[in-house]
Design a protein around this ligand. Sequence first.
Ligand SMILES: C[S@@+](CC[C@H](N)C(=O)[O-])C[C@H]1O[C@@H](n2cnc3c(N)ncnc32)[C@H](O)[C@@H]1O
Length: 201
Amino acid sequence: MSKGSHYDYKSRRFEDVSIRTQHTKIMASKILSVIKNQNPKIFVELGTFQGGITLAVHEKFPELEIYTFDRKNYSGDEIRKRIFGNNVHFFYGDILRLSQEEKKLPEGKKKTYFENDIDQAETVIEILRNEQGKILLYCDNGKKVDEINMFSKYLKIGDILGCHDWLAEVFPELIVEGIKGFKVLEGWPENDLSRFWIKVR
Ligand SMILES: C[S@@+](CC[C@H](N)C(=O)[O-])C[C@H]1O[C@@H](n2cnc3c(N)ncnc32)[C@H](O)[C@@H]1O
């Protein structure tokens, strides 16, 4: 990720709060404009990091239900409790691992990579399957291609799929299955670092 792709989102409500995001200011504002234009009821964010995008979205759309996932809690519960409402739900663990999968750790090896040993893929799937309103699923984890291919099939017609690092990490030939039945949002520039699709069939 290039240096210029980080910025600190400054809270509109808390003077002492600014949170790092790994998006440029322009891309962050484009995410907000997709939400404004598409009016989803639920925002599922894969890859919270410190929560810069989470907070930007929450402050602009305080009614939006947000489910955000990361393997780690980078900012800590204290600040999160203070600045986020009850409709923002943080989950920790591995979003790419289903709980019935065999744990492939060599015997005796302690797992330290994840904050906890919770498998969260099923939680993501459950949310995508069961939430009633229009969903925006935004893939910005360490393995965006896998996320798209794993989770996009649970979206319904009218839901929105988005990803970061388009043509940097996510390439069309890697997500042929993942975007079957989806169409790029009208007018979306070919080379933007984020990309959004709508499920049409
Ligand atoms: C590119 S960062 C997310 C940036 C964030 N969306 C932002 O704008 O600031 C990717 C995040 O995915 C998390 N991550 C990587 N692999 C994961 C996995 N298998 N399960 C859950 N989180 C994972 C990392 O801890 C990291 O915070």
